[in-house]
Design a protein around this ligand. Sequence first.
Ligand code: HEC
Ligand code: HEC
Ligand code: HEC
Ligand code: HEC
Length: 508
Amino acid sequence: MGHFFSEDVEECHTFDPTIMMVTKNSPAKEGLMLNTGNQMTPHRAWNTSRMVLIIVVLLYCPSLSWADSKYDGETLVNNLCSTCHKFTGEGESRFNLKAPDLMWGGSKFQRPWLMDWLTGKIPMLYAKSYRWDRSQTPEKHTAVTQKEAEAIADYFESHLQDSRVKSNAIDMSTFSIQEAKLGEEIFTQHSCIGCHQIIVDGKKIGGPQSTTFFDSGKRLKANWIHRFNSSPPDFVPHSGEFVGDVSELGLRYVTGFIATRGIEDFPYYEPWKSTEFNNPNRKNGAKIYQEYCAQCHGADGKGDGPAASGLVPKPAVHANIPFEKIPLDYLYNVIYYGGKGVGKSSLMPYWGLTIGGNQGVADVIAYLKTTFKGGPQVATTGGSKASGVCPQPRNTKRAPGTFRKMTNPLEASQEHIKAGKTLFHETAMPLACKQCHGEKGDGHGPMGGALNPHPRNFTCGETMQDISDGQMFWIIKKGSPGTGMMAFSGMSDNQIWQLIHYIRTLVK
Ligand code: HEC
Ligand code: HEC
Ligand code: HEC
Ligand code: HEC
């Protein structure tokens, strides 16, 4: 736009945006300015009349004249936005600002979101207002037309790139759902949730201090989040921000977690489908087993390695697991990300970094599958503690009183029982219950015989009558430390109650 003017009106070499604002908003003042033009030389007066024409066109056809020139975005930003936002210079304390800094806007925002934001389709980001020290009620944000928003978004992309943000900071094409789960843990454990809200189990949780991350995956670019997270004060110094003590890998997890919020169909990477799994090296797998796994699981997979005596729960007895029957995704996750990665004991280490990433995991799984076939002993091992024994000794601790007293809020309808059944047999993540508790719920699942203590036998009325709904709810959600019972932390409360209805039908 500035360029346009300087060609036609010599005295207007650099276009002053404040004049533009006057032009657009108050034609009366513009008339005044043009009057001075009347005292100009004839040549200048001619130019001035052309300028009047241009201005008339601008006034009556703004969408026409503002579109298509690459300078429009800049003009719009100068006129409509720079009273509140900064577009150049260093990041500054929010307590010196009216609105968030936008110098890195092109690196930070995803275009579709920016378009929706600028055209007024998005609710305010700060629940308690950006300047919460002045007012706790957010005002409505300026909205512009679709065309103007496009020009502004173009301007963001072409002028507001931040060279500190690397285009390959985080590779989201290899980001797995397991990593997102680990990211969520970091998010919770490193206090992020104290100031940023997320949605867990359909509920908004956390402190509404800064921006919410309900749909941050649609709003923010992953590479920007990564750079921001690695040092927030580089962007928002003295603004109440927080520097977390997170490793390089943890930074990836928590960044990917934020970068996937609100994207329902995010194509999570499934490493067990990677090429490494097409050609596993069983011999290398055997070597890995001897060097790393045998110290706990024993040279023959009997769970009797030198470390085993000090461990509760005991290392799984691999010799009792028919590995061919165990879902590959689960095996990958428990070996690559460790027990903690699947809601189990952290005594089972995460091996991804040690044994050679995907290839090492593929190799050792090939070894497990070809070496250990489980067998008839699965149902009967463990002496008096064997699954199937009734009454069955319990190693699970009591849930806190408030939970223990809870009763199932859902009606025991066929619909809920059926939903629970599907979870039990097929869909529960990270592993379907039947893999340990068995098809019939008697504790004889393929993994059952490998675990010490053994999985609960739900068919045993004598044992089950002492276990309240609330006790089960707590254990399914949190796991049973010291046993192989994992935490199903990703499951919704409703799903857990449905499972409990189904489990009650298994008593013989
Ligand atoms: C009256 C002051 C004001 C004006 C004018 C204004 N904004 Fe804002 N803007 C804000 C405030 C305040 C916020 C924080 C929004 C919230 O609380 O949700 C914001 C947020 C934003 C955000 C999100 C920032 C972030 O870090 O998440 C973008 C992008 C944005 N504005 C762009 C613009 C553009 C482009 C214009 C001009 C068309 C503009 N704003 C005009 C006050 C303003
Ligand atoms: C004590 C409060 C607090 C905690 C804890 C906190 N943050 Fe923030 N966060 C902020 C503030 C303040 C900003 C700057 C934006 C603003 O002014 O609200 C911010 C901004 C961000 C942004 C940019 C968001 C945007 O829309 O511009 C990301 C990403 C972020 N934080 C991630 C994290 C992560 C990850 C953690 C945990 C390791 C964390 N934050 C912990 C207060 C906090
Ligand atoms: C990896 C194996 C494994 C998987 C998968 C598993 N469990 Fe368990 N479960 C166990 C073990 C081991 C115990 C502990 C038995 C004990 O207390 O001695 C247990 C105990 C329980 C208990 C008894 C709690 C108590 O207080 O006695 C319940 C209820 C339970 N599991 C439900 C489930 C449900 C529901 C699922 C699927 C969503 C599931 N489990 C998946 C291994 C597993
Ligand atoms: C420091 C001891 C230790 C080492 C070393 C170890 N594990 Fe484990 N592993 C455990 C423990 C303890 C468990 C039981 C965890 C639980 O039930 O919560 C386990 C369980 C497992 C399971 C069964 C998971 C389940 O759901 O019950 C598999 C599979 C497994 N380990 C594979 C391996 C492989 C492969 C290696 C070597 C690369 C290895 N482990 C090395 C301690 C170890």
